[in-house]
Design a protein around this ligand. Structure first.
Ligand code: NAG
Ligand code: NAG
Ligand code: NAG
Ligand code: NAG
Ligand code: NAG
Ligand code: NAG
Ligand code: NAG
Ligand code: NAG
Ligand code: NAG
Ligand code: CU
Length: 814
């Protein structure tokens, strides 16, 4: 019968894995003990397969059955070097040493630098041009020459600026290595320089915000029993808008007071206090900065004296304070739901890891998919050269930028439009928690980023795992048989906590050849003081507004469908009234398909339509199937997506034109590798990358195309966002699915399906297609991995290079 094996239904039952709970109190009986008693000396971050192997090896035999284990994690060698990979410690150290030896850069070691010294902000691998990458990937060309991308913080000047430079070729060689301004990836031609509005951050706090805080200490003590004046016993903090107002040559900020949490929870963004002040902080001399006024309870006061006089006069209306409490804490609280303390369902991988990884090169093979993982400071994880059955589908898939645009009656919320790559997704891609962020059996990879002459390594910050969906890939029933296919998928995941918010990024691959891109959000919302904000959010606590905001996350998808000559076809179901030869002269009201191509960049920016009725297809017009249909991939929303509601944002000006539409298509260019620059917020009117300038009317037919897709969510936090936003609904996703790309569904190739023939009350045949059958024993140890193995970042000093003295240090924004 070949592959199609038939066995009796009883064997199916018999082959159900024999699960053995080794730790009975966890499996069977909820423990009333304190939390610390739950922590076990587990097997560390070893894979489940190792436990099984150990059991099978006889150290802890549970039964005489053969093992379920088919394979253990396979280490493979990537077919090519990962040209999007990170610099090695040695390479980074050599670049740093070389930079300090260039007198014209006039660099100071970060530890010793003041606000008036030049420092190195970033040293990382420069991604190669696609023009140079393809001949290497697809032909015999040598790997593209390696360069370092370096960002310098030039502060030894009246007009401080960030400078993007290229250093190379690598490895560093005193005669051939040079530096040059990095200019080609930016639309603004300014020698790779962007002004730095943050150069005097220390002076801003010490000599400005805290001084102003002290000047109203009588009021803050009276209102909130606290101060923000730089004392050890301050219970308030001051911070404000981002980006700063940047009009008419002035740099204006609005700041507000926040209560500091008294415990370890990061609840500060839930504790706004409703007093705001405006400052003109143009230039580098704090003595020339000006306080421009105060706002309280929607009344504006030009000066501190005016505000104080009003405050202490009779009838002044004082509002209450947001104060931390259990409502802002994420620990368990409230009545435990029925049976909740019993150990919950969990997935296992009885046959071990069914995929292969080159850990060094960050190259992955799962079923018929292969890809490389890249990682940068700005945008974190990205995938490259994604192939299915050996054929490239996508050259590059990765986050570009994430916007959180708030609004409000008050200047703090109205002025907030975070462009998160300023902070970076790489530095905040923290260690994942096995068993919680990803299955405990997942394979974990490290990522590294450069900061202040050190390389920080986030241990286990990318996870790779297979998972069985809770729904089948396929099924069908008749009166004679039922056929069902399992839906096993593969996910690559990282989480970045940028300040108050946690973004979970997942790329998921499916057996039918489809790919999903998803983002989920959790963490603390940035809330608003409630007064006068009724039109901008729900009131969610005593003096708190949920503060409406749009999340928009831009992804680059560089499709290569059967080569680089691709087109975007739109196909819409349209209502029609039509007479047919058979309709006897009568018109039929019905529908039909309308097809068109996105001809050029002039019509390359558009939205999902209201009824999701238009298919967006990336096709190769020269690669038709045998029926004459174009082979391609369809792009479709997986869950909700979002583009920015605000038109011509006062906060953003030209800094985030990428946020304006759901789908944007451009011609692929080496000069347009990214839709946003991390310092776009520093010069919003004339940012280093103005995405709108990518659209210059070029033809998009049979060209190498890039799709810039927005995920996101229109977030109006409600009481369910307290204490943290939940990932069940804070979720956005897009899928890429084959559309006439193959002659049939590719998931027919899996053996993980069954056909049961039945009738007359009996089953006559069960076809399992060569699935591994038979008995095996499995020791299921339902224990979290040793979570005391969670360490945070490992740091290695680069200047002086000290690879043998790593230390632990984890930095977060909040
Ligand atoms: C070099 O930087 C120092 C501060 O670190 C500054 O005082 C000096 O003027 C700079 N030299 C030049 C030539 O720019
Ligand atoms: C990458 O492409 C840009 C734009 O064509 C070019 O200026 C740059 O020199 C290229 N880089 C390399 C390393 O060839
Ligand atoms: C690569 O080199 C091999 C052997 O020299 C040759 O047969 C093949 O045609 C080359 N491939 C390309 C794409 O140049
Ligand atoms: C004010 O704060 C101080 C110390 O921060 C605390 O001891 C005191 O109880 C507070 N008073 C009120 C009324 O909350
Ligand atoms: C906070 O510290 C300052 C200076 O040490 C002191 O004068 C003040 O009384 C302290 N405030 C409270 C509430 O403890
Ligand atoms: C991650 O980093 C840790 C600490 O440096 C190291 O022990 C471990 O081998 C690394 N893991 C991988 C997959 O590279
Ligand atoms: C009826 O059908 C004909 C041809 O199919 C079409 O041209 C015409 O517009 C239709 N009439 C109406 C009223 O829609
Ligand atoms: C059910 O019984 C009928 C009559 O005996 C027989 O013809 C038919 O093949 C049986 N079907 C199955 C699925 O066994
Ligand atoms: C499974 O094990 C049971 C008990 O050891 C045995 O009776 C049965 O034949 C086995 N089945 C298979 C398919 O190996
Ligand atoms: Cu939100």
């Amino acid at each position: 019968m070949g592959l199609l094996e038939s066995i009796s239904p009883r064997a199916i039952v018999a082959s159900i894995l024999l699960l053995t709970c080794l730790v009975h109190d966890v499996c069977a009986r909820p423990s009333p003990e304190p939390r610390s008693a739950w922590v076990r000396k587990g097997p560390g971050r070893k894979k489940m397969a190792d436990h099984i192997k150990r059991a099978v090896e006889g150290k802890r035999p549970r039964s005489t059955e053969p093992s379920c284990v088919e394979t253990l994690a396979t280490n493979i060698a990537a077919p090519k070097t990962n040209i999007w990979g990170e610099l090695s410690h040695v390479e980074a150290a050599a670049v740093v040493q070389w930079l300090f030896a260039q007198p014209e850069l006039n660099l100071t070691v970060t530890d010793k630098a003041t606000a008036w010294d030049n420092t190195i902000l970033l040293v990382e691998s420069m991604r190669p041009n696609k023009t140079d990458a393809l001949p290497y990937l697809d032909g015999n060309a040598t790997a593209p020459t390696k360069y370092a991308h370096v960002v310098l913080d030039h502060r030894a000047t009246e007009s401080p600026y960030y400078a993007d430079i290229l250093v190379g070729p690598l490895p560093v060689d005193s005669t051939t290595t040079k530096w040059e301004p990095l200019t080609f990836p930016y639309t603004k031609k300014s020698g790779g320089k962007v002004r730095n509005l943050d150069a005097d951050d220390v002076a801003l706090y010490r000599e400005w915000l805290l001084v102003i805080g002290a000047s109203v200490a009588d009021i803050t003590r009276d209102l909130w029993n606290g101060t923000a004046m730089g004392l050890a016993n301050d219970t308030l903090e001051i911070w404000g808008i981002d980006p700063l107002w940047q009009d008419n040559g002035r740099i204006i900020r609005w700041d507000t007071f926040w209560n500091l949490p008294t415990d370890n929870f990061g609840a500060e963004t839930l504790l706004p206090l409703g007093l705001y002040f405006m400052s003109d902080v143009t230039g580098r001399d704090p003595s020339k900065w000006k306080l421009e006024g105060w706002l309280y309870n929607n009344i504006f006061y030009e000066t501190t004296e005016e505000f104080r006089a009003a405050y202490w006069s009779p009838g002044f209306v004082k509002n209450g304070a947001n104060v931390e409490g259990d409502w802002a804490r994420t620990d368990q609280q409230g009545a435990v739901p029925p049976l909740d303390t019993a150990y919950p369902p969990t997935q296992i991988t009885p046959a071990g890891t069914r995929f292969s990884v080159d850990m060094q090169q960050k190259y992955v093979e799962w079923m018929d998919f292969t890809f490389y993982i890249g990682f940068t400071r700005d945008t974190g994880m990205a995938l490259f050269d994604i192939r299915y059955k050996g054929e490239r589908l996508i050259y590059e898939l990765g986050l570009q930028e994430a916007l959180a645009h708030y609004a409000g009656n008050d200047p703090m919320q109205s002025g907030t439009a975070y462009l998160d790559t300023f902070y970076g997704f790489g530095p905040y891609a923290f260690e994942l928690v096995p068993g919680y962020d990803c299955p405990a059996y997942a394979t974990y990879l490290n990522t590294s980023f450069y900061v202040a002459e050190t390389t920080h390594t986030h241990i286990s910050s990318i996870c790779l795992f297979e998972f069985a969906a809770d729904f089948p890939m396929q099924r069908h029933s008749t009166s004679k048989y039922v056929s069902v296919t399992k839906n096993t998928h593969f996910t690559v995941r990282s989480v970045s906590t940028v300040g108050n918010y946690d973004y979970m990024f997942s790329y998921t691959f499916f057996m039918d050849g489809s790919i999903a891109v998803e983002v989920r959000a959790s963490g603390y919302i940035q809330s608003a003081y409630f007064a006068h904000n009724e039109d901008y959010g729900f009131q969610i606590h005593d003096f708190l507004s949920g503060s409406m905001h749009d999340h928009v996350l831009n992804y680059k998808v560089d499709f290569d469908i059967l080569g680089t000559a691709n087109s975007v076809q739109l196909m819409t179901n349209v209502p029609v009234s039509k007479r047919y030869p058979w309709s006897k002269g009568r018109n039929r009201s019905t529908m039909a398909l309308k097809r068109s191509f996105v001809e050029s960049e002039a019509d390359g920016r558009f939205n999902w339509d209201g009824n999701a009725v238009t298919q967006v297809l990336v096709v190769n017009e020269d690669e038709k199937n045998k029926y004459g249909e174009y082979r391609g991939y369809r792009v479709l929303p997986y869950t909700g997506t979002a583009h920015l509601t605000v038109k011509h944002s006062s906060n953003l000006a030209n800094a985030a034109h990428w946020a304006e539409y759901d789908i944007q298509v451009t011609r692929q260019k080496d000069t347009e590798p990214r839709s946003a620059h991390p310092y776009n917020s520093q010069d919003v009117n004339d940012p280093p990358i103005n995405f709108a300038k990518f659209f210059d009317g070029e033809s998009l037919r049979k060209e190498d195309l890039v799709m810039w897709l927005n995920l996101g969510m229109h977030h109006v936090p409600h009481t369910g966002d307290l204490p943290n936003t939940v990932m069940t609904t804070a979720h956005s996703g897009i899928q890429f699915m084959p559309s006439n790309y193959f002659s049939m569904d590719q998931s027919r190739q899996t053996v993980n399906m069954v056909r049961i023939d039945y009738g007359n009350g009996t089953t006559s045949n069960v076809a399992t297609f060569g699935q591994k059958q038979g008995n095996c024993s499995l020791d299921f140890e339902p224990v979290e991995p040793d979570l005391y193995g969670y360490t945070g970042d490992v740091v290695i000093r680069k200047f002086p290079f000290d690879p043998n003295d790593p230390y632990y240090e984890t930095d977060s924004i909040a």
